[in-house]
Design a protein around this ligand. Sequence first.
Ligand code: IDC
Length: 329
Amino acid sequence: MKRIIIALSLLFVLPICGCDKEEQIEKNNLASYNGDLQISGINLQNQYGENFRLKGISSHNLYWFGDLINYNTLMELRDNWNINAFRIAMYTEEDGYIKNPNIKYKVVNIINAAIKLDMYVIIDWHILSDNNPNTYIEEAKSFFSEIASLYKDKPNIIYEICNEPNGEDIIWNNDVKPYAETIISTIRAIDDDAIIIVGTPNYCQDFDEVITNLLSDKNTMYALHFYAGTHKDELIEHIRFVLGANIPIFVSEWGTSTANGNDGVFFEESNKWLDFLDAYNISWINWSLSDKNESSAILQNNTGTLGIFDENYLSDSGKYIKNKLKIKS
Ligand code: IDC
């Protein structure tokens, strides 16, 4: 009799526990639970000192593909893709902030939506053809001051202060580090604890000088970017070495394609990279939320927001990324 009673009560209790746990896990992924983020060694951690990962998707050039991002699409990405972070790629050139400074209102709208949705949001000052971050340092100072003043009390905000320094003459010691020190102190005068991500030379792949000349800010991470069809074992081994030197890395952009954003989806190579990132608890953001005719885009060409809600309109890369995001870790 006793056994029957136990069995019966388990029948009723178990499904309820299971359900609670699932809700708990979902919530544990978001900002209200994790709060202000911090860094310990190579790990990103939440406010309780537990290791924590951000995983999500980056916009394409906000000026060109900004219409794909709104409260509803972000909510869908959170609820059915399981992302907990969205990256806003605000280009500086290529129709970006320098020519069209009003793009910042779009940035603010997306940040507000992400905060309402309890997500983390990365504000990316997307330098690219302007190889040297110092080219627009004055504009960067005023942009980040404005954003920091608006959101200094919100745990959701992450600042990415220069997408990809590049060009042979742009080096860490002379160019990128001094820029980072200026922008970090601009931000820290207003927001003393948010995570800041700093781009590294050669499109976020060269850490040689970084290792011997670190920034002093405690909540700064260093960006690694890779494209699975182009960057392979050699880069993985370089990064393994960098991690061994206790450098906290954030993959704020990676693509399943080659480095030009196109030319196929490299599933096997992408799997290898993601296994590597899993092993080191590294956060990642995929490039990109767009319906452009290029293989790194997660949506099929010219399908607008449809694919976000309906898998039939996802590209091969989009299907792959959605599946990977659904795996909890
Ligand atoms: C690419 C876009 C492509 C666009 C190009 C220039 O996918 O449609 O024409 O920028 O605006 C990066 C950059 C990112 C690139 C991406 C793919 O951060 O802006 O996007 N990439 O080339 N670094 C390495 C690859």
